[in-house]
Design a protein around this ligand. Structure first.
Ligand code: DQQ
Length: 539
């Protein structure tokens, strides 16, 4: 339906047609990034799930390949569900994935490339003795899915984790294997947290406490912390915790028990689910992929014939300054799409005002911005113990002394549609400033059948740091990163007026006291969707 074609993105990963969900088995092999994903070849809603497949040399330009695996065995007849890749020291690849059997039992299966000399890895072979793992007796047979990438133990075995739940306690089971064919259960759990429900898509990996590069999943020495991430089925959010992994008892303990797995930090406070990292051995970085669902109605998805995007892959490192959160940043390669840029230095934005940024069409942008706040206003603002919460606030229309201020993205000239991405500062009783970073969809669209939530969370701002943000705008998705990626918010928006050449960008300041000064660089982004070649020409 061409009427809705403005919702398609220019530089985000999305198949031409139909439904997509979780990222699966991302990896780098023989000069190419491979990306698999949960896919319904028959429609724009979840169902008939198989593995879609694409390759890229830069994580930006993708070549779509034939389906990698379809539901053709009793052990995956009801779906080829989520799984992860492991690269063995000899360069061999193995894939573990969940199959929903002919009786809808969740089992784990092994697959590998049919032809390892094919750099496109087009054909996949399922192991003849599948399944390799059945649900253990203490969990329900429909609560046992999404095997992680394997990591090596000091005994030279491979270890994986699989998410589940026991009553309402989310748990991560652990198994060891030598060959990915036979597995032994490791006693206990990697982690369990009460009242968090089913843990989907567990991810577990080390981050360096000293270096800026990423680490192979098996690295485990005194220069690392471990990160555990779970996707909460009931809440539909991805939570992580930073902590210590004790290999001998296969146990993960978070640094801060109040920020345990599933109750503390989130990768993203917007639409972002079932994410998965992989170690990119070519650039020595850990890269995070995530499913970004639609937030319009299913009816419209069917009408337009497609649903879901993948977020721009993000590099992930430990924030060495705080030590207590990760930093997420769009992979460097995305900057190759930047074209013409507009720079603005120290623009004054007074309380209650809006400043138009004269950049022309604003549907495909990469924005970097920094804000200075008038010191006098900060000093005279009174202290309060009232906390600010993006999600329960009135969004960008509610005025405080020191916020909200930021950008109006995908706005039209008369501002009947706009998505404010903003900071909001409160001075606490101890005199310290607390900064929230939010994305307000409440007036993003004149359409009525789309989500209009307000997303966001607190963002740590250290002494002498300026407030900074980055925003990627791509037609119907806005990905926002505050303070170098400490707090991230992804929004799906469906403007009806602020589209094509009618889309604009503004600065706004709805604070009552503080004048802010903004410096920005805004790049227009090229489209990545034009394929330089077709699969047929390559094979
Ligand atoms: N999606 C897959 C499951 C996984 C869920 C099925 C998470 O394997 O638990 O499509 O979105």
């Amino acid at each position: 339906n061409h009427m809705l074609s403005w919702q398609r993105t220019a530089f985000h990963f999305q198949p031409k047609h139909n439904w997509m969900n979780d990222p699966n088995g991302p990896l780098y092999y023989k000069g190419r990034y491979h990306f698999f994903y949960q896919y319904n070849p028959n429609g724009a809603v979840w169902g008939d799930i198989v593995w879609g497949h694409a390759v890229s040399k830069d994580l930006v330009h993708w070549l779509h390949l034939p389906l990698a695996m379809v539901a053709d065995e009793w052990y995956d007849l009801n779906g080829v569900w989520t799984g992860s890749a492991t690269i063995l020291p000899n360069g061999e690849l193995v894939m573990l994935y969940t199959g929903a059997t002919n009786e809808s039992i969740q089992v784990q299966n092994l697959a590998y490339p049919a032809n390892t000399s094919d750099p496109l890895l087009v054909n996949w072979t399922k192991y003849s003795e599948n399944p390799v793992l059945f649900p253990p007796p203490e969990v329900n047979f429909i609560d046992f899915r999404d095997p992680t990438t394997a990591w090596l133990t000091s005994q030279g075995k491979w270890r994986i984790s699989i998410g589940s739940k026991i009553n309402e306690t989310g748990v991560a089971l652990v198994y060891d294997t030598k060959d990915f064919k036979t597995f032994e259960r490791v006693e206990g759990m990697l982690r369990r947290v009460q009242e968090t429900g089913m843990w989907e898509c567990v991810d577990f990996f080390p981050v360096s406490t000293k270096l800026d590069n990423g680490l192979d999943t098996s690295v485990n020495d005194d220069g690392v912390k471990h990160v555990m991430k779970v996707s909460l089925d009931e809440e539909r959010h991805d939570y992580y915790a930073i902590g210590t992994y004790n290999e001998s008892i296969a146990d993960f303990v978070p640094d801060d028990i109040n920020k345990d797995v599933g109750i503390g930090l989130r990768y993203d406070y917007g639409v972002f689910y079932a994410s998965k990292t992989f170690y990119d051995q070519s650039k020595k970085r850990r890269v995070l992929w995530s499913w970004v669902a639609e937030s319009d109605s299913e009816y419209v998805d069917v009408e337009k014939g497609w649903a879901s995007l993948m977020g721009i892959p993000r590099t992930l490192v430990l924030d060495k300054k705080t030590g207590s959160n990760l930093l997420q940043w769009p992979v460097k390669e995305v900057e190759s799409l930047r074209t013409k840029s507009h720079k603005f230095e120290n623009l004054q934005v007074k309380p209650g005002s809006i400043v138009s940024l004269d950049i022309g069409t604003a549907t495909q942008l990469d924005i970097l911005a920094e804000f200075n706040i008038d010191e006098k206003a900060i000093n005279k603002t009174r202290e309060t113990n009232v906390e600010y919460n993006c999600e329960t606030s009135d969004g960008a229309r509610a005025r405080g002394a020191l916020g909200p201020f930021g950008l109006l993205v995908l706005a039209n000239d008369n501002l009947s549609e706009k998505t404010p991405i903003y900071f909001y500062i409160v001075k606490g009783r101890d005199g310290n400033l607390k900064t929230s970073f939010c994305s307000d969809q409440s007036r993003s669209s004149l359409a009525t059948d789309v989500s209009k939530k307000i997303f966001g969370s607190l963002v740590p701002v250290l002494q002498d740091e300026k407030l900074s943000l980055r925003i990627l705008v791509d037609h119907s998705i806005i990905e926002s990163f505050a303070q170098g990626g400490r707090t991230c918010v992804t929004s799906r928006v469906y403007p009806t007026k602020a589209i094509y050449r009618k889309a604009r960008l503004f600065l706004f300041n709805n604070a009552t006291e503080a004048t802010v000064y903004a410096s920005l660089e805004v790049w227009h982004m090229k489209s990545a969707s034009k394929k330089p070649f077709h699969y047929d020409q390559m094979s």
